[in-house]
Design a protein. Sequence first.
Length: 520
Amino acid sequence: MEHQTPTGPQVNPWIIVISVMFSTFMEVLDTTVVNVSLPHIAGNLSATPEEATWALTSYLVANAVVLPITGWLANYFGRKRLLMTAVVGFTTASFFCGFAPSLAWLIAFRIVQGLTGGVLQPVSQAVMLEAFPPAQQGKAMGVWGLGIVVAPMLGPVLGGWLTDNYSWRWIFYVNIPIGIVSIVMTKLFIFDPPYIRRSAAKVDTWGIGMLAVGIGSLQIVLDKGQQEDWFSSAWITWTLILAAVMLVMFIVREMYTDDPVLHLRVFKERTYSSGVLLMTSLGFVLYSSLVLLPLFLQTVLAYPAIEAGIAMSPRGIGSFIAMPMVGMLVGKVDPRKLLCAGLLGGAMTLFALGSLNLQIGYWDIFWPQFFQGISMGFIFVPLTTVTMSRIPKQELGNATSIFNLMRNLGGSVGIASIATMLSRNTQTQYNILGAHVSAFDVRTRTLLDQIRSGFISRGMDFSTATNAAYVALSGMVSRQAVMVAFVQLFRILALVFVIVIPLVFIMKRPKAAQSPVAAH
């Protein structure tokens, strides 16, 4: 099967899949690879850990700002031109990030990375799906999705390994060969479809400005809120107010302007609206669990950082197996049924993680993670297929931009809320457990005597051993409290999957003649 491009030779569509998968994989990988290297960046660039986090925040803010206007940018500049510019810009910015002599320069180039990286996913999705007839698009989604699902799992492991064995600068340099391959393949094999014409419409500068300030401010609040104790901080409060005002003004303007930068009319289609809500919920659960489990392994079970990253690999393995298989099933089975199966499976695996304890072994983590990866394969491909099935091709860039934005915002909300709930729930559980630990309780006294005897046998006097025993007991209570807090949060994430299942039944089944389009 060959794909006839409007201005170039026939191209095998699987080459197009590989071409756009390189650029998207590079961008998704870069989103997660930096996290584990922040302490090294801070030390090397003479910055505090809090200042170093702006290397991550600046990227996320810039990425969030450009995502929703990608469809408009593609129509205004041309899709291939925009994709080439984004890949070249991202690769160049990666080099300068690695070369940055100070934190200020690193943040500046991370902003460039975020602006160019935000373009890559929506545009590459549209390019890839247009290369295939409707009957083959499920397979294409399954293959293309491998890079998107595996990259977040690989990021922390690769980042830790490069930082430990070479330098934090290599987490940026590693993008350069991938970027060069992507540039060459994009130049040779990607062409604009006939309905994409460079637009001469008036630029809605006010709309772009309102959206940029609103989304950027919201992303800053979500990223810095926990660190600043949320509304105890005046600047967080005012930044959130600014975000709300700008976004409301933007929505009102887009509803009445003649040349909107974001066409909100796609939300009139109930299938699309339900799909966006599901993707937002999925972003919430996926990103939250990607933060929770490594944190649990490191803080509760004392795993080294790189081993915690490796322990996350079963999820990637499960997705790697499931996504091509689901891609072939989408054309044969009602994708809504596959989506329900994925949501139920995801909920079950999170409930399994919600039964962890301090005595678990590696395989107790492996299997829930593995089946969670399989569940993600059953969610992503059907969800994107159904959601985009009723969107006209002319609205594709606009719809995929919103879809990706809401997934990222869902993830940001998830990470921020989970971090807050973990901190507060840990303190609550410590108080609850501590109330049952009393010096007048026989079991508590027996345990204290055993701990004290152990310290005395090591040469401590009675008074010192008694104090050490109380400290050790407090540490045991604290560890149990942290474990209970993690377990409860895993169960909350499982409930989110269960709660959103009814949205699937609001969605319409794709018609055989329609073209399902992915936007993972």
